[in-house]
Design a binder for this molecule. Structure first.
Ligand code: ASP
Length: 309
């Protein structure tokens, strides 16, 4: 039996100790702990890496503190457009959804696209139609509303740019979510889910649902889920670059993730971070921003839940 492990993130950005009250910090840690437990529990019972990352991301989507599912950020027009992806490192099967609204758990839609459609990526109204056909749970706009996100959007809605949700000056607290896992059979999987960037316009799509950019898994190398300024992660093809550095240059997981996150992304002002796991169950959580909501647990008995640098 292989060592098994899971790592999760709840977004990276300007997350400073001084900005979080002890109560909020405890709430974030609980959100991370619950998600970690739901994924780890599956691995411990002999479940698959794909099921573990889906369960962990679903738990984070259901937590209003994070920018995915319930609690997603507002678009320029005051709506929610969510992106998600999942990839199975054993078969290289992948499913992704971009710019969908009303779907309670976009990660389940991505998983259903992977398992039940002949496609990798669906978007917008068509993705919603497929979700309905597959009888996935839908919710009204009210479900996705959070006062905090609304207030955040009010501050920037008249500006032309977008903001990383955690970098909006008056508040820097929420984030995109993701999970990577290695199961007892040595199979890898990655999943990412996000509401994207606050005030995004023109059906903007970030890196999270793009296979190779924000999400990637391959049993030969690693599984990676990214968070940060999506445009730069797209341009860096960040997640696949980690895999390539391992496959073609022989770097280990930690070295490859450090090179991409702390060097290549920094050179193009790509603020953010990523979590990764390899087929031996080693995990890494690397970021170039002030903080990243993150957690990991493995069958060797190691466990960590952290926010700041
Ligand atoms: N990467 C996400 C995006 O650009 C945002 C985030 O990670 O918070 O849509």
């Amino acid at each position: 039996m292989n060592d098994f492990s899971i790592a999760i993130h709840g977004g990276a950005g300007t997350i400073l100790r001084a900005d979080l009250t002890p109560e909020l910090e405890a709430a974030y840690k609980k959100g991370l702990a619950d998600a970690l437990a739901s994924g780890y529990d599956i691995l411990q019972k002999g479940g698959t890496a794909v099921d573990a990352v889906a369960a962990a991301v679903l738990s984070l989507e259901d937590c209003i503190l994070f920018n995915a599912g319930k609690g997603s950020v507002f678009t320029k027009t005051g709506g929610h457009e969510m992106d998600a992806a999942i990839m199975d490192g054993a078969s290289l099967a992948a499913g992704a959804v971009a710019g969908v609204h009303s779907v309670k758990n976009p990660v389940l839609l991505a998983k259903t696209i992977m398992e039940k459609s002949e496609h990798v990526m669906l978007s917008g109204e068509g993705a919603l139609q497929f979700a309905k056909q597959q009888q996935l749970q839908l919710e009204s706009e009210d479900y996705f509303f959070s006062q905090f996100r609304y207030d955040q959007w009010q501050l920037v809605k008249n500006e032309s740019g977008t903001s990383l949700d955690h970098n909006i000056q008056v508040d820097k607290k929420f984030g995109t979510v993701g999970a990577v896992a290695c199961d007892a059979k040595g199979n890898l999987a990655a999943a990412t889910s996000t509401g994207g960037m606050t005030n995004k316009n023109f059906n903007r799509i970030g890196d999270s649902p793009v296979i190779g950019a924000g999400t990637y898994a391959n049993n030969q190398t690693c599984a990676v889920s990214c968070t940060g300024h999506g445009e730069l992660f797209l341009r860096a093809v960040a997640a696949y670059d980690v895999s390539c550095l391992m496959e073609y240059k022989g770097l280990d997981l930690q070295q490859a993730m450090e090179l991409v996150t702390l060097d290549k992304l920094v050179k193009i002002n790509g603020e953010g971070g990523m979590i990764g796991v390899d087929a031996k169950g080693n995990t890494a959580m690397i970021f170039n921003s002030e903080g990243m909501y993150r957690a990991m647990q493995n069958s060797k008995g190691e466990k960590e839940i952290a926010i700041y640098r």
